[in-house]
Design a protein around this ligand. Structure first.
Ligand code: F6R
Length: 608
């Protein structure tokens, strides 16, 4: 996830763009840059690190008089955070500059074609490929609009892009495909940005670009076209009522809620470039040069640990790899854990900075074990120190409680299991195809169902918010989800909650059950449903109230039955996870707790 902004109008454009980038910095902050065109040349200033570094560079140069400019704040997906990878990127002939949010999946093929024609690349980004493709297509198209559209039709993936041409210094071109892009209409000035806050001080009149649309804008007007055939699109602008704070949260009350609702997009991004739109192949070049592990040691903390526990089920059943999952703070102090020939470690961390996970990584490296990292933050310590890294591409997670990051970790673990399953011949091609089809269906399924899940969560939260204790029960792949549900409830609402393997209840914990101690049971339609149903009946026999999270058609006589869409196990976890998150969110909000910044917690735990 990155932030882009373009401005064309009557003011000095660079300060407007930099101010807009400040309001987009939540979308990424490992490097930033701006470009403007003046006297037939494109000028670019870029800097690694937070926006402050770019501002310093700009302040040291003479003030820019250009009234059209564009900017970018980066969250690395291709290439490490570095100035050479920062946007804007220039075409080889320096006539065009491009900023881009998203991923061009077929950039390697396009790069090969352009390299054969003599183009050279100075960065590792897909964006530099795209800007050169536009320059190349311009040679055979009547104008830049046609060249831009043609290049975008050839590029597969998700993008929001903004383009500047040295020959038209007062015109911006922008386009969108599966990444947000909003056009802002001012008086004598126009804007394009990844998010409304970028230009909210100047205008509230907006046009939401749709997938496959291109806009061309000058200070005095704009024209909107369909990418497919450049036919014009007529759409009336809307007026936004949000204040700045609401706009940064996309209109959601909290970042946590926004991030829960981002999960369909996170899955789409996580599949991009890794699972071809059809077929049974999973592309994970990060793993290609490594052997399939004989045994995998997964080490992580908190929510990332729960993702690891869930991933174990897939890695074992789809790839036949024995997996051990451990809490990093325990692992690092265990006496000489024995590693065998062919063992591999996998450390999972959203931030890539968690002190215990990092220490565990170093320990395993010292003992000669190859260590894979599964991280969200490019350039983080774990990403740098692991021998190979898979990035989860969830974008910055602002809310302290982790939500979309777990979804992205689960997705990447599923892809790893499919990849290794293919190499170990554990999964038949037909089964792989079926599983990939299911993964591809998740974004639409969640988009359709999240609003109703949210409404149910709100209703149940009001009913159960006064409880002082909660059990969360699950079996099999739902046990890690029970742990995660309990963690979310306790960290957000400060209600004591315990996640338990449902079959363990009778070995002690069931003694706690009484009418004031409710249970949230994960009773999804899978092979273990009859067992979970018996465990629920045991709780009910002790007058315990039960919310059962289940699927349509499953027979359960609990106080509350919450039915979510059916998916085959273990992928049903992708529907259960947001239900658990939404329930905790709603309880905490109803109790008036600080949802995005719960007491005593920090987003990144860099101390032991
Ligand atoms: C819970 C939560 C934490 C983190 C844990 C590990 O909502 O956010 O439990 O999951 O601190 O953090 P990372 O994944 O950054 O290593």
């Amino acid at each position: 996830m990155c932030g882009i902004i373009g401005y064309v109008g009557h003011r000095p454009a660079v300060p407007v763009v930099v101010e807009g980038l400040e309001r987009l910095e939540y979308r990424g902050y490992d490097s930033a840059g701006v470009a403007w065109a003046l006297r037939g040349r494109i000028h670019v200033t870029r800097a690694k690190g937070k926006l402050a570094a770019l501002k310093e560079k700009l302040a040291a140069s003479p003030a820019v008089t250009a009234t059209c400019a564009m900017g970018h704040t980066r969250w690395a997906t291709h290439g490490v955070p570095a100035e050479r990878n920062a946007h804007p990127h220039l075409s080889n002939d320096r006539s065009l500059a491009l900023v881009h949010n998203g991923i061009i999946e077929n950039y390697q093929e396009l790069k090969a074609e352009l390299s054969a024609r003599g183009y050279v690349f100075h960065s590792e980004t897909d964006t530099e490929v795209l800007v050169n493709l536009i320059a190349e297509r311009r040679k055979s198209e009547p104008d830049l609009l046609h060249a831009f559209a043609r290049a975008l039709r050839e590029a597969h993936g998700a993008y929001a892009v903004c383009l500047l041409d040295c020959a038209e210094p007062d015109t911006l071109y922008a386009a969108r495909m599966s990444a947000p892009l909003i056009f802002g209409l001012g008086t004598g000035e126009n804007f394009v940005a990844s998010d409304i806050p970028a230009f909210l001080p100047y205008t509230r009149r907006v046009l939401f670009l749709e997938d496959g649309e291109i806009v061309r804008a000058t200070a005095s007007g704009h024209a909107l076209f369909r990418l497919a055939d450049l036919s014009p699109v007529g759409r009336e602008p809307q007026t936004i009522q949000w204040d700045m704070q609401a706009a940064q949260k996309d209109g959601y009350r909290h970042f946590m809620l926004k991030e829960i609702f981002e999960q369909p997009r996170v899955i789409t991004d996580g599949l991009a470039g890794r699972a071809a739109p059809a077929g049974d192949g999973v592309l994970l070049p990060e793993l290609a040069h490594l052997p399939v592990p004989a045994r995998l040691h997964v080490v992580a903390c908190g929510t990332s640990y729960h993702a690891g526990l869930w991933g174990r089920h897939l890695l074992e059943s789809w790839a036949g790899i024995p997996v051990q999952v451990e809490i990093a703070s325990e692992f690092r102090y265990r006496e000489s854990p024995r590693f065998g020939e062919g063992d591999m470690a996998l450390v999972i961390s959203q931030s890539g900075e968690t002190a215990d996970t990092l220490a565990a990584l170093r320990l395993m490296k010292e003992r000669g074990m190859p260590v894979l990292g599964l991280c969200n933050v490019v350039g983080s310590s774990i990403a740098r120190e692991a021998q190979a890294v898979l990035f989860t591409q969830a974008g910055p997670e602002i809310s302290v409680a982790s939500t979309k990051a777990m979804c992205s970790q689960m997705l990447t673990l599923a892809l790893m299991a499919l990849h290794w399953g293919e190499r170990t011949d554990t999964l038949e091609p037909a089964r792989r195809r079926e599983l990939l089809e299911l993964l591809r269906s998740l974004p639409a399924l969640l988009d359709d169902n999240l609003p109703e899940m949210h409404a149910t969560a709100r209703e149940l939260a009001r009913k159960y918010a006064q409880a002082r204790n909660f059990f969360y029960l699950g079996r099999g792949h739902c046990f890690p989800l029970a742990l995660e549900g309990a963690l979310k409830l306790k960290e957000l609402s400060y209600i004591h909650a315990e996640g338990y393997a449902a079959g363990e209840m009778k070995h002690g914990p069931i003694a706690l059950v009484d009418p004031s101690f409710p249970t949230f049971a994960l009773a999804l339609d899978d092979a273990l449903f009859p067992k979970v149903k018996s465990n629920i009946e045991e709780v009910q026999a002790r007058q315990g109230k039960v919310i059962a999270l289940t699927n349509p058609g499953m027979e359960l006589g609990t106080d509350d039955v919450w039915r979510i869409p059916r998916l085959p196990a273990p992928l049903s976890a992708f529907a259960a996870l947001p239900a658990l998150q939404l329930f905790s969110y709603e309880v905490a909000d109803y109790l008036g707790k600080d949802v995005d910044q719960p007491r005593n917690l920090a987003k990144s735990v860099t101390v032991e």
